[in-house]
Design a protein around this ligand. Structure first.
Ligand SMILES: C[S@@+](CC[C@H](N)C(=O)[O-])C[C@H]1O[C@@H](n2cnc3c(N)ncnc32)[C@H](O)[C@@H]1O
Length: 271
């Protein structure tokens, strides 16, 4: 069956195969997705019934981490794997608190880039770049980064719910090190990462479900995610299930945060 190609869909994408950006968009209630993405998401919900809750918890973590960074004095953000714009975008949160904040979004998925371009048209302090996390030189040498990021000043690097789409063969640790290298001391690194490590009853098929998408998923455990954050000192409470990271109210954590299946942390580049 051939999927529809809406008028807003960039020509250079495969609309037949589900993709993480558009599955996430659909499960967060967005409209920037295609029939195969929606079909995949509905099937995935049958395997992991709380996955939409996990995605919302991840998005809430992103919001709290951005507010934490702004409160800590950060005014520039490089958000890699930024996704399709949805509720609580990084520039909206950061510029809502401090209008001078500058944001560069990076994503390798054309729908995410096209929609980000559209909403940033009138925003001089934010830009989006179509690039891959595993190509740090393209990102770091881009015009957008040159215009909006001052490496002499502390910044925040965000990789939220994206590293689990980067296999070890693509050397994510080397890419992270390349991004962290030029960042000023006192900069922050915000990470969230999918993980089945907290569950002894992983639903059959859950880990392999994304294999048939353009973005296969790789679960990593606590030590492996810590390793990706090497070179930073984690702020309290360290690497935890995302609802446990500085919750706004104790009731927000829930009874079984490991079931959310996404870990999060904020690291600080030492002085
Ligand atoms: C689950 S979404 C997360 C969006 C946002 N960071 C959030 O947490 O709400 C993952 C995003 O990472 C993007 N992505 C996956 N692999 C990537 C890569 N190698 N380079 C850049 N972006 C990537 C996807 O296209 C998607 O938009």
């Amino acid at each position: 069956m051939s999927a529809e190609r809406p008028s807003w869909a960039p020509q250079d994408i495969d609309v037949e195969k589900p993709n993480a950006a558009r599955i996430y968009d659909y499960l967060l209630g967005g409209a920037c997705n295609f029939e195969p993405d929606r079909r995949f998401a509905e099937q995935f919900l049958k395997i992991v019934p709380n996955v939409d809750r996990s995605f919302r918890a991840n998005r809430a973590f992103l919001g709290r981490a951005v507010r934490f960074c702004v409160d800590a004095g950060i005014r520039q953000f490089l958000d890699i794997g930024s996704g399709i714009p949805t509720v609580g975008n990084v520039h909206e949160i950061a510029q809502g608190l401090a209008p001078e904040c500058r944001v560069v979004y990076v994503d390798n998925e054309p729908v995410a880039v096209a929609h980000s371009e559209a909403i940033l048209e009138d925003n001089r302090n934010a830009a989006v770049l179509h690039a891959d996390l595993s190509d740090p030189d393209t990102v770091l040498n881009s015009d957008s980064v040159a215009r909006l990021i001052d490496f002499e000043q502390p910044m925040a690097l965000l990789m939220v719910a994206v590293l689990h789409f980067v296999p070890d063969s693509a050397e994510p640790r080397a890419s992270v090190a390349r991004y962290l290298g030029p960042m000023a001391p006192g900069s922050y690194f915000v990470v969230s990462h999918g993980s089945t490590a907290g569950l002894d009853d992983v639903p059959a098929g859950a880990e392999r479900a994304y294999d048939n998408t353009t973005t296969p998923f790789i679960s990593r455990n606590h030590a492996e995610v810590m390793d990706l954050m090497a070179g930073t000192e984690l702020v309290e409470p360290g690497l935890v299930w995302v609802p446990q990271w500085r919750p706004e109210a104790p009731g927000d954590v829930g009874d079984d945060p490991a079931r959310i299946g996404i870990m999060g942390a904020v690291g600080r580049k030492p002085r």
